[in-house]
Design a protein around this ligand. Structure first.
Ligand code: ADP
Ligand code: MG
Ligand code: MG
Length: 249
């Protein structure tokens, strides 16, 4: 049974069709990269997977572990093990990283979690990811660098232990520190059964990750699927060749 199975997915935003028949299968333990020029629909796909209200499925189906989830709410998807990294752009004074993560964990598991039990668990994850202890006591995003925001995202993954993580890196303007945090963190967390969809152009990240599949998404369709050689080709030659294929059809 596939972890994620997307069948002929069509999605509209404000009445305009953005995704025009996406097919995508993801098995346990696989890392998939989605690349493509701006405006192609990558973020639309990520947002649709987590049921952002602006994105309407007009045709097709999404199955997670065999269950059709088209109509499942975001929090229900999270409870089943889906995770969409999303950054809180605003600073949240008064809410520490630790308390934010503990609340998120309780929301996903539906179980209470004692402060000290959680703190131990969090410190373990932070040690593993080489994040300084003091980070947990800082207020969420207050004065955070790009790298520190990324740490929060990777820590969320480590704490929530999602079966499938969807990371949309395209718009975040990652600094060198952030690229390192994401690459090393995701690599650590992608070992074993966990699956990851990562939307990125950063070849550095791709080199660390050793993705199983690279997909090229243009104009609402996945027009090519292959291995890392596609990412290298795009780095060297851009999307022109791929775009020509699309518009000849
Ligand atoms: P990508 O992430 O590949 O750059 P997007 O999914 O963000 O592409 O956008 C695909 C298309 O959908 C673009 O034409 C964009 O303008 C439009 N679009 C995406 N999200 C919205 C939105 N929330 N409201 C209106 N238009 C949107
Ligand atoms: Mg793997
Ligand atoms: Mg995007």
């Amino acid at each position: 049974e596939k972890l994620l199975n997307i069948k002929d997915l069509h999605v509209e935003v404000d009445g305009k069709e953005i995704l025009k028949g996406i097919n995508l299968d993801i098995n346990k333990g696989e890392v998939h990269v989605i690349m493509g020029p701006n405006g192609g629909g990558k973020s639309t796909l990520a947002n649709t997977l987590m049921n952002h209200p602006k994105y309407k499925i007009s045709k097709g189906d999404i199955y997670f572990e065999g269950e059709r989830i088209n109509d499942l709410k975001t929090d229900e998807r999270a409870k089943r093990g889906m995770f969409l990294s999303f950054q809180y752009p605003e600073e949240v004074a008064g809410v520490t990283v630790e308390s934010f993560l503990r609340t998120a964990k309780m929301a996903v598991t539906g179980e209470p979690l004692k402060i000290l039990t959680f703190r131990k668990r969090l410190e373990e994850s932070m040690r593993l990811l080489d994040i300084d202890k003091s980070y947990a006591r800082r207020y969420l995003n207050v004065g955070f660098s790009g790298g520190e925001k990324k740490k929060n995202e990777i820590l969320q993954m480590a704490i929530l232990e999602p079966k499938l993580s969807i990371l949309d890196e395209t718009d975040s303007g990652l600094d060198v520190d952030a690229v390192k945090v994401v690459s090393e963190g995701v690599k650590l967390l992608a070992d074993g059964e966990k699956s990851i969809i990562i939307i990125t152009h950063h070849n550095k990240i791709l080199q660390y990750l050793h993705p199983d599949y690279v997909h090229v998404l243009i104009d609402g369709k996945i027009i090519k699927t292959g291995d890392m050689s596609i990412a290298k080709d795009i780095e060297n030659n851009g999307y022109e060749k791929y775009k020509e294929e699309v518009y000849q059809l």
